[in-house]
Design a protein around this ligand. Structure first.
Ligand code: ADA
Length: 578
């Protein structure tokens, strides 16, 4: 569960724990008949059914059932919220279907009216089978395992008749600490209403707020206007109370912009030193207990990183909360991996990616850690026919939040048609490892510098002038425990040498705003589709640590580079030194 926002007057029932479970492989999800099911198993929520003994690696429908009893005087309007599930689902309350969940890794909420005290039954059916139309963003060949189950917490929350939906806090003037609050209301919203506002635990102020289009807009100058930075991630809170509802929202004061080829945080250029991070664990799949999440982020900080690209879907809310607290800068992105032209043109792809991206942006709005919004990883950005979707995504993001930077990771920089649409030009590069392949007599490590130099020339294109360049992926695999004195590919030595050279070259060249290594830990991948020969053990083994977070050789090598100070001796090149 996320730390913020807190709705202090709403007593949520957290429904996590052990649910009844039934398994079905015969039915189509849309035709599932609840009356024929036998709930003869038990399943954990959150949890995935395809890492456990009964259905390991299986595809089908897992049906979860829970009975809840609501006390007398409970509110008639209740919100059932599922943090995320995958790949898709149908949800019932007392045998009445509430709706479907079509976006893996996104929050789903249903407001249920006229709920009475007493016994109720919740059923969540989750299908992890791939179908082109229903799971267009998650094809079977995606290089991360498509787990089946309920990935995040489930809760039931009573809603007041007049309620706060969300508070957006935007920095208007960083130096003076001026913020704008947009308080979005829901339910029986009057034209004006009395409310109380308090910042950072200061005494509260009473106001009569005027509501326009269900929103109240206010400006405020903070007493303490310390900005949020990775070095000093200073956070503030605002508490807004009204009759029947109260929200406490956390936020940070900071600005982010792209100018003259640099990414500027609070007006100062950033050099991003980062890793790509999935949500994955051999037993838990995408479920992220706070313990694992915190340990992961502490390890990432220990390596000297200031940046995480959260791939390839929206991550759990706790992740962004923690990054706010720990001072880690974040690229958040919606689901899609390597979709080619034909898939991008499907109406279902378009609808799903737009919906998930907009939801991700709305939910990310108060996190100072989020500096970049991304989408469509390594998709067909080299096709003229894709320009419309990329344009629509950029416009939809800007309509909700025009204060962050927008980008996407391209693996076709030589012929990309969409770079002009976004704020930051981002590229995934695997010289000699995936693409471009090494030429005869050249090792992959030797290919890194010429490849990065060639791609950095993108910055000289007049139509891309002033746009920062970012390496969103670079790396190579190393099998944990595999050693070779000749640095054979797949050995830890090879991987360490590759990653060291990539960081050395990227950080020494000011044309790059940063480098994001692929990837933080080894992650379960497809096991029987596509090119399985590059997925030993069914894993993507490019992690700096393995799937149990045990450091490989590259870990210390990178930590040393990432922790070094970079000096500019006026030459435009950067040099390492302590
Ligand atoms: C791509 C992709 C990553 C991963 C990587 C690899 O760049 O974006 O998700 O699959 O390749 O290791 O092959």
């Amino acid at each position: 569960m996320s730390t913020y926002p807190q709705f202090t007057q709403r007593q949520s029932l957290i429904l996590d724990g052990l649910w009844d479970f039934a398994w079905n492989t015969e039915s189509d999800l849309n035709e599932l008949d609840l009356s024929t099911l036998h709930f003869d198993e038990i399943a954990a929520v959150p949890g995935v059914f395809d890492t456990g003994v009964n259905h390991h690696g299986k595809r089908g429908i897992g049906i979860y059932r829970l009975r809840v009893r609501l006390p007398r005087n409970s509110q008639p309007l209740q919100r059932l919220e599922i943090g995320a599930l995958g790949l898709r689902g149908r949800i019932w309350w007392d045998n009445r279907e509430l709706g479907t969940a079509d976006l893996p890794y996104s929050r789903i909420a249903f407001d249920i009216p006229d709920v009475t005290a007493g016994d109720h039954e919740i059923i969540i059916a989750v299908d992890n089978r791939f179908t082109k139309d229903s799971t267009p963003l998650f094809p079977a060949y995606s290089d991360f395992y498509a787990y089946g189950g309920i990935y995040r917490s489930v809760s039931l929350t009573p809603l007041p008749a007049l309620r706060i939906k969300q508070v957006e806090v935007r920095t208007l003037d960083l130096a003076k600490g001026v913020v704008r609050l947009s308080i979005h209301m829901d339910g029986d919203v009057p034209a004006s209403l009395p409310m109380e506002i308090a910042f950072d635990g200061e005494p509260s102020e009473q106001i009569e707020a005027h509501v326009k289009d269900n929103t109240i807009v206010l400006e405020h100058t903070m007493l303490d206007s310390r900005p949020w930075t990775p070095e000093a991630p200073h956070l503030h809170t605002v508490r807004i109370s009204m009759n029947g509802d109260e929200i406490i929202q956390r936020f940070g004061l900071r600005t982010i912009e792209a100018r003259d080829g640099s990414i500027l945080l609070n007006g100062k250029p950033l050099r991003l030193r980062g890793v790509n991070k999935h949500e994955s664990h051999p037993q838990l799949g995408p479920v992220q207990p706070a313990h694992i999440l915190l340990d992961d982020l502490m390890q990432i900080k220990d390596m000297g990183c200031n940046f995480i690209r959260a791939v390839h879907y929206p991550h759990a809310p706790e992740f962004y909360d923690l990054c706010d607290q720990l001072g880690l800068l974040v690229w958040t992105e919606s689901l899609a991996w390597g979709l080619e032209e034909e898939q991008l043109l499907l109406e279902s792809t378009r609808a799903h990616v737009l919906e998930q991206t907009v939801q991700m942006v709305q939910e990310g709005i108060n996190h100072p850690s989020i500096i970049l919004y991304g989408f469509l990883n390594e998709c067909a950005s080299d096709k003229e026919s894709s320009v419309k979707l990329y344009t629509d995504l950029v416009n939809s993001i800007r309509a909700v939040d025009d204060t962050r930077l927008i980008s996407y990771a391209s693996n076709r920089p030589d012929n990309d048609h969409c770079f002009t649409l976004v704020d930051v030009v981002s590229v995934n590069l695997y010289p000699g490892w995936i693409y471009p392949m090494s030429e005869e007599g050249t090792s992959s490590v030797e290919m890194i510098e010429p490849c990065l130099n060639r791609i950095a020339a993108l910055g000289e294109r007049p139509d891309l002038a002033g746009k920062p360049l970012l390496i969103t992926e670079i790396g190579a695999c190393g099998l944990y425990g595999c050693h070779d004195r000749a640095n054979a590919q797949w050995s830890e030595e090879y991987q360490a040498a590759f990653m060291e050279e990539a960081c050395r070259v990227a950080l020494a060249d000011r044309r790059w705003s940063g480098v994001t290594l692929w990837q933080f830990y080894d992650t379960r991948s497809y096991v029987d589709y596509g090119n399985v020969r590059c997925k030993p053990r069914g894993f993507n083994c490019a992690g700096l640590v393995d799937e149990y977070r045990r450091p490989k050789l590259a870990y210390d090598v990178i930590a040393e580079i990432f922790k070094m100070k970079l000096h500019d001796h006026g030459s435009g090149r950067m040099f390492y030194g302590r």
